[in-house]
Design a protein around this ligand. Structure first.
Ligand SMILES: C[S@@+](CC[C@H](N)C(=O)[O-])C[C@H]1O[C@@H](n2cnc3c(N)ncnc32)[C@H](O)[C@@H]1O
Length: 225
């Protein structure tokens, strides 16, 4: 599952290269112009020259969520090129939010954030299947936005976050995977999610805003309902 859409490709951002058509299309042949893009769309998503594996509608929804929540910490599991970490850092700065962005990945060799762009961002090389990885996160400032975009041990991490990290109003987002899990293991997925019924709710403002966030945006309730 982790090898589709972007992963395994070049982590370096390359501007779109048109195939089989000129960039300057002649206007006397306007009607014949192809309507498809002529290049893969996902590979062109970028933030200031860094690849970002988030669709534009996901970016728009996360913008709105960050603006509403005003997080003091954003943790993202899965760094890849690092574009989304820089985007979150820049976004919070533009909004005047004092926010620390933490990226965790078991393979940081693909991270392309230049040293000069690391202010407000910290990286940790760690495996999400080892829960001890998350112990240092206990001291982080709230409100907290926690995004699982690594898709390893997701429900183990969600349980740990609920038990040790998330305060009322904090968010836990499962990116990308819910539609796949729902398609292939609907019973298990609904059982897993139901175990969190007393501590998390799905935020219906954001849960249907993009396919990547589809039914995967959860908010920590007060302790118990
Ligand atoms: C979808 S990419 C992250 C994309 C990035 N969040 C973005 O929006 O641009 C998933 C990343 O998860 C990492 N990953 C996969 N399994 C992992 C694990 N068990 N522990 C830590 N990172 C893992 C991969 O190395 C990869 O860089």
């Amino acid at each position: 599952m982790n090898t589709f859409r972007g992963l395994g490709e070049d982590p370096e951002y390359h501007p779109p290269a048109l195939t089989g058509r000129p960039r300057d299309w002649p206007l006397d042949r306007w009607e014949e112009a192809p309507r498809d893009l002529g290049f893969p769309d996902f590979a062109r998503y970028q933030w200031r020259g860094l690849r970002m594996l988030k669709d534009p509608d996901t970016q728009a929804a996360l913008h709105d969520l960050v603006y509403e929540l005003r997080p003091r910490t954003i943790v993202e599991l899965g760094v890849y090129s690092g574009g989304s970490l820089v985007w979150f850092r820049d976004l919070t700065r533009l909004m005047g939010i004092d926010c620390q962005v933490v990226g965790i990945d078991r393979d940081l060799s693909r991270c392309r954030i230049p040293e000069s762009e690391m202010a407000g961002i910290s990286l940790r090389e760690a495996d999400c299947s080892v829960l001890e990885t998350f112990e240092p996160l206990r001291e982080l400032a709230h409100p907290l936005l926690f995004i699982d975009d690594a898709h390893a041990n997701t429900f183990g991490i969600m349980k740990w976050a609920v038990d040790h990290l998330l305060e009322a109003g904090d968010y836990f987002i499962i990116e990308d995977m819910i539609p796949y899990w729902h398609r292939y293991s609907p019973k298990l997925l609904t059982e897993y999610l139901a175990t969190f019924r007393d501590v998390l709710t799905m935020d219906m403002v954001y849960a249907n805003t993009s396919p990547q966030l589809d039914r995967g945006v959860f908010r920590r309730t007060t302790h118990g309902r």
